[in-house]
Write a protein that binds this ligand. Sequence first.
Ligand SMILES: [Cu+2]
Length: 108
Amino acid sequence: MKSLKILGLCLFLSSIVLGKEVKIIAYNWGYEPKEVILKKDEPVKLTLISREGEHGLGSKDLKFNLQATPEKSESVDIIPTKVGEFTGKCTVPCGAGHKKMDFKIIVE
Ligand SMILES: [Cu+2]
């Protein structure tokens, strides 16, 4: 019983240290998923993976800018400090549908 409590505590602490990771896949021309829900003041690792071509994902509000190719993904650790709905956009001129590459980040 005591060891279960210790195990639970370890899992709890590691989730704080490691945080959670959200993987976003970019393609011509969009994102999968199209939106994510994050928790205010909770550290999160955002990873951008490209399925085809070079794409970016950046948000001025949340202060990150990722770029990825099928050979190389990129990650950033952020802590959202404001509740609200924020927009992410592709930051690499990637072709015909570039301007349609919108992403929604909800912080609650
Ligand atoms: Cu683009």
